[in-house]
Design a protein around this ligand. Structure first.
Ligand code: BG6
Ligand code: MG
Length: 230
């Protein structure tokens, strides 16, 4: 069922993380978490922020509280998480296509043209709102977001659900991720992981590109075939 190009095989399914891969929202998450941290009397560095990427809202909050050495009751945590989310949603108000990350739209369009099935695999409960603002909601053959999962990345649940929606096996999927937790989730699912960002922050990916503007589906297939031959 794989499609053949000149010398390589194109894997039939792609699963995209949203924040930091398709759209530049990772910075807004950081702003909102740092605003909460500042209220609590400390701040979060950009390097520390790497740990917050990819994980669910409540897991991210636990990490933030651990950074500040703060303990809170379940009720207080609910309040903090909703405060952070309100700020984050406020930041999203002005979000539009201009916030698409370089090459993301073009890469997705090229994949669709080749008949590759595409799904979203995001931890965010705001994913559908964001896709609507980007006018990308109808582009995906399947959407898995934070309202549909019970286990945060690095658990493979989100990606396995994505493969299920696309009716493909895990080994037929390539996952695009900007977070270490996401790379680990993809690998735990038995999928090929492509890191989007800096190699310093993303270990274990088959390939890391600075952005999707540096890749086409054909180039990806070639690079993956070369890796297989090694
Ligand atoms: C992920 C982000 O996509 O979504 C995380 O990388 C974030 O930083 C998570 O915590 C949950 O997002 P939301 O929108 O449900 O708070
Ligand atoms: Mg991400």
């Amino acid at each position: 069922m794989n499609q053949q190009t000149n010398q390589t095989t194109v894997l039939p399914a792609y699963i995209f993380d949203l924040d930091g891969v398709i759209v530049d929202t990772a910075y807004y998450h950081y702003l909102a978490w740092n605003r909460l941290a500042k209220e609590l009397g400390f701040s979060i560095t950009e390097q520390q922020n790497e740990r917050l990427k990819g994980v669910s809202r409540m897991k991210a909050l636990d990490i933030v509280l651990e950074m500040g050495n703060i303990t809170a009751s379940a009720e207080e945590k609910e309040k903090m998480a909703s405060k952070k989310n309100n700020w984050y949603v406020e930041y999203l108000e002005t979000l539009d296509k201009n916030h698409l990350l370089p090459g993301a739209y073009e890469f997705i369009a090229a994949a669709k043209k080749l008949g590759i099935k595409i799904a979203l695999g995001s931890a965010s409960k705001n994913a559908k709102t964001i896709l609507k603002k980007l006018e990308l909601l109808s582009v995906f053959d399947g959407i898995v977001d934070g309202t549909m999962t019970t286990k945060a990345k690095p658990d493979p649940e989100v990606f396995l659900l994505g493969a299920n929606l696309l009716q493909v096996s895990a080994s037929e999927c390539v996952v695009f991720e900007d977070a270490q937790a996401g790379i680990e989730a993809a690998r735990a699912a038995g999928m090929t992981a492509v890191g989007v960002g800096s190699e310093n922050n993303l270990t274990g990916a088959a390939l890391v590109v600075p952005s999707l503007a540096h890749l086409s589906p054909e180039e990806l297939s070639q690079q993956l075939s070369q890796l297989q031959e090694q």
